[in-house]
Design a protein around this ligand. Sequence first.
Ligand SMILES: Cc1cc2nc3c(=O)[nH]c(=O)nc-3n(C[C@H](O)[C@H](O)[C@H](O)COP(=O)(O)OP(=O)(O)OC[C@H]3O[C@@H](n4cnc5c(N)ncnc54)[C@H](O)[C@@H]3O)c2cc1C
Length: 510
Amino acid sequence: MTRRPKSVAIIGAGIAGLSAGCYAQMNGYSSRIYEMHTVPGGLMTAWDRRGFTIDYCIHWLFGSRPGSAMYPLWEEVGLIQGLELVYVDRFLTVECTDGRTVTFWCDLDRLEKELCSFSPADADLIKEMVGDARRLLGKDMPMDLPPREMMSLRQSAKAAAAMFPFMRPYRKWSKVSGTEVAARFKDPALAEVFRALWPPEMNFFFMIVNMARMSARSDGYPLGGSLPMARNVERRYLDLGGELRCGTRVEKVLVESGPDGDRAVGVRLADGTEERTDVVVSAADGYATIFDMLDGRYVGETFRKLFDAGTTFPALLFLGIGIEGTLDGYEPAVSGISLPFTEPLVAGSATKDRMTLHPYTHDPRMAPDGKTVMTAMIEADPDYWCGLREGDRGRYRAEKQRVADVVVAELDRRWPGLAERVEMLDVATPATTVRYTGNWKGSFEGWLATPEYSSGELPKTLPGLAGFYMAGQWVAPGGGLPPGVMTARQVQQLICKADGVEFRTSVPEG
Ligand SMILES: Cc1cc2nc3c(=O)[nH]c(=O)nc-3n(C[C@H](O)[C@H](O)[C@H](O)COP(=O)(O)OP(=O)(O)OC[C@H]3O[C@@H](n4cnc5c(N)ncnc54)[C@H](O)[C@@H]3O)c2cc1C
């Protein structure tokens, strides 16, 4: 008699949920993904407006180059196959408030030269950080490790050897934030540049690693943006025989108590239907999972601390702007160009003095011929925008219009006549992010890896609850697409271990 395959309910069809589904199917489990939105992808998404594509996610795809440690994992979930990647020379251009402009080049030699000539008084610090990044050129961290609790001695030794080159820069830079590093510069404009590079609360080790990776051209931009990646992983999951139910919100994780303790036994959907399964994986928002779906009964010390005092990536005002013609003088950069506002933009408790503009001049697929699309990102106060949308829809719309007017006026100041060429203007707020993805405080990438919380690995299970696992950006500080796949893979390794079966992976045939 053949045993029925064990069933897995997966909550959320972002990169983590789709990947969890792929790995469950690869290992002979029968999985079903419940996604509250009408389309899969989660934050890895884009939307069309008047022929322009507004991409909400991808700036750079970590490990997109064949041979990099992440590449085999992208292949396993089918994300990378068929993508065309481009590698641009600039990481970010920053316009400072004193009117000077500096380019943060991907190439480390060019970067060092640019920064040293921008501020010769800061040459020592510039050379120190670029030197540390240079030592990491071509070095890669292992991406296919099992969760810490499953690692054999041999695997730990192998991981330690691969991590060895990172140890010195880690010790030196992981305990300082971008803000603290910026404060060390003598030239205030250079401090401004370093605060604009990255959320400045992030620990600076990430920036050092990023500088090395950009210089080595390890991480490229996939033409067509986020949607082709989401579709690729969705296709891979369906080809593996998984079932995807969009438009289906999970309200609760069902738990039963027995002599061996509590166990997750299924999910209750928004329409009241209860579906029983052997295993439940949440790849949805961490806060909603722990405090709403499980009523806060299994938080544990680590997550309690994080939800009390951890720092999240900020919520965003996210504008899509489509114009007739080109953006003269703009040179493509991985993260675009950071521009100061003439007057600070105040909305709720947030006072912001700059925005990051990301024109897609390096991707002709994003706009109709002869036109240009760009996005503008501004950090925002989630409570203000969510409260406004709930409480006063008219004021919410008026506020969105005010932000759009400010942004277009700023662009028009730099590219005179641009305002007349605007054909499409779309404003998404933190309330949009919460509505479509459920992410806590509208955060765009989960936990920030700050100097206080820089440990790479978080638990994938909750204390006192068997048969339940978590994957995605809320169990991997630093967030992003790679941890979506890595944590999903680790969750399946834990599931296989609990069932005493060997963990397997496969790559779709070409
Ligand atoms: C502006 C921006 C730029 C970014 N740039 C990059 C980049 O360049 N490179 C990079 O690697 N990453 C980038 N990221 C981050 C990356 O997009 C995210 O970290 C990643 O997509 C998170 O994936 P996830 O699956 O963990 O979570 P999510 O994408 O949030 O997926 C969670 C899913 O769960 C669903 N869900 C929630 N609650 C429920 C429920 N109750 N029932 C059913 N379904 C539910 C949601 O609808 C969602 O689809 C960027 C993100 C943003 C917003």
